[in-house]
Design a protein around this ligand. Sequence first.
Ligand SMILES: Cc1cc2nc3c(=O)[nH]c(=O)nc-3n(C[C@H](O)[C@H](O)[C@H](O)COP(=O)(O)O)c2cc1C
Length: 379
Amino acid sequence: MKSKKQLKIGVIVEGVGWSYWAWRHPNMPANASESVDFYVKMAKRAEEGKFDMVFLADVSHIGPGNIPHFLSMFEGVTILSALSMATSHIGLAATIATSYADPFTVARQMASLDKISNGRAAWNAVTSNSGGLANYSRRHLSKEDLYPLNKEFIEIVEGLWDSYEDDAFVRDKESGIFLNPRKMHQLNYRGKYFSVDGPLNISRSPQGRPVIFQAGTSEAFMNIASKHAEGVFINGDDYNYAKQFSEELRRRAVLAGRAPEDLLIMPSQHIIVGRTETEANEKFLELQSLSPPGYRTPKPLFFGSAETVADRIEHWHQTGTMDVLLLRQEHPSGIDDFIDLVVPILQEKGIFRSEYESRTLRGNLGLPFLENRYTKDKA
Ligand SMILES: Cc1cc2nc3c(=O)[nH]c(=O)nc-3n(C[C@H](O)[C@H](O)[C@H](O)COP(=O)(O)O)c2cc1C
């Protein structure tokens, strides 16, 4: 499917970087993964670049073999709450695994972040790896439980976000009426894994409710994501895989009664770009020099001069394989390079904005405002 929307861009902020060795670069603060100043700087820079969102990946279980970023990092909602006060337009997406959290708490945290940021929050509802079962007192569950549990979890969170109709709160001092109780709804969800009465004790945000993203690859994943996800984070290493996977997801979304353009395909890319191919190559070699001999990584798929990289982005976007480009940073100047060199070309091509269209994440991503389920059919 050819994309009808403009390209959207998110940046996966990963402190010291998505690699084992980038932290050794002289310009990379070695504590970036747990530096609020670093995160604020990145979010503000991304907002200057008119990016749609800061996206935070997460991990549920670590050991000494993980990349340095995962060894000592912020919890997502906490750092995004801080970023919401330092920014005004950029979206804020947190990964919280459904396998280990509690749906009432997640609904509450994400709705709070959504209101604190005036409608800029998104939740990436992954299952995460099964290693986390050992950290969260869930040893009684198996890997096979994770997607059925994911489905229940998301249904509950969506339901709780509709606890109040948009005009439920009267807050009229004269009459003394604070709430119209007929516009408050209990969920009464009874599932195999969770039992939640509701209602949630927070009203809806300017974007109705947070945007839902998901990430995974399996059949079970696709069945859930095609119904619930508004964006799917995919591995962008292989164009043919990305194309086929996104077509299949959209096919299933249509079968589920959704408009195909309401499910955004979001491949992540580590991009190395220079004014010229030679300059990009110098940056690549600089990164290579940080790893011990024998640890050689291939050049990224999106590599070279700004024109080359912009052309490749345009191709992925035009063929419906990249609705949202999720940038991964590794070189300390990676995001600056992208904003300074590639964004102006994308703007010239007419595929990326020069100004934000909206103050909400939903508005900027071109996603519909979701009516509250209790008022939807009344309209
Ligand atoms: C592109 C992509 C991104 C992912 N990001 C995360 C993440 O940030 N945190 C996490 O715990 N798991 C992440 N996962 C792992 C998934 O949650 C899931 O555990 C894994 O993909 C296995 O499910 P599957 O068989 O459906 O692929 C990611 C998976 C994919 C494919």
